[in-house]
Design a protein around this ligand. Sequence first.
Ligand SMILES: *[C@@H]1O[C@H](CO)[C@@H](O)[C@H](O)[C@H]1NC(C)=O
Ligand SMILES: *[C@@H]1O[C@H](CO)[C@@H](O)[C@H](O)[C@H]1NC(C)=O
Length: 303
Amino acid sequence: MNPMSVCSSSSSSSSSSSSSSNNTKAWIVHGIVAGVSIVVALGARAFLSRSGKFRSRVVGIIPARFASSRFEGKPLVHILGKPMIQRTWERAKLATLLDHIVVATDDDKIAECCRGFGADVIMTSESCRNGTERCNEALQKLEKKYDIVVNIQGDEPLIEPEIIDGVVKALQAAPDAVFSTAVTSLKAEDAFDPNRVKCVVDNQGYAIYFSRGLIPHNKSGKVNLHFPYMLHLGIQSYDSKFLKIYPELQPTPLQLEEDLEQLKVLENGYKMKVIKVDHEAHGVDTPEDVEKIESYMRERNLS
Ligand SMILES: *[C@@H]1O[C@H](CO)[C@@H](O)[C@H](O)[C@H]1NC(C)=O
Ligand SMILES: *[C@@H]1O[C@H](CO)[C@@H](O)[C@H](O)[C@H]1NC(C)=O
């Protein structure tokens, strides 16, 4: 079955048949069809032919590990008196499109803490090499089936619930995409910071490329203060069938060169939907970041 024939929402499929009264929508649907036809990778084609139904069942997974090269025990660090993981979980709870939220961890202390404030916990093995693998293992261990998994990073305790809902909606509305994520405006001072990942998208909001370098590159070699550069945020959601194969996809040349996991999605021909949000990133990567976020919260009377 053509994935487009079950194009998630009735509004978009009806708009394509309705006599172009709504030009914009028809154009968007047409664009999506064109997008499907240029998906070249065999794997992607096989995948798309099996999927395409409306993805209504959604689980949010917060992967959390204790060991960390830069910051041991990070999920349990207190931010204004509350464990960071609890803050992330409380934010996720406010999202309206998640049917279920679980913390996935390999650590008993984290599990105990999370159960203490009321979270569901799935124990995952210590062999998980990254958050995506941990999400996948947790998904396999959940009793219920889900169509979409949102990977909610535990180190963004101020994540807005609207952003979580936004990536879910984006994936539900783009049946040819297997992945969705968010970007926000890049600050000029972060332009050449390789830890700030930049993203460029096509005119329908599908990712074209991610880079640690500044993209697009102005021929002056300088930041163009008038260009709306985009900074990639860590939140991502996946079609759950895609999540099963994602960790097993072989590393690809661009992924290895940039050291950016998500590039192998694009290099294999899969489509990724990107939403633009207004968000000031307050990721906690080091003990120093804790003080920064606390003073930010105090200034704004956030508790
Ligand atoms: C490059 O950046 C400058 C401003 O810094 C801008 O005027 C120009 O249009 C940009 N693009 C090109 C192709 O020069
Ligand atoms: C996670 O780790 C596995 C194994 O090293 C790797 O294949 C995969 O690309 C990594 N990242 C993601 C996003 O799956």
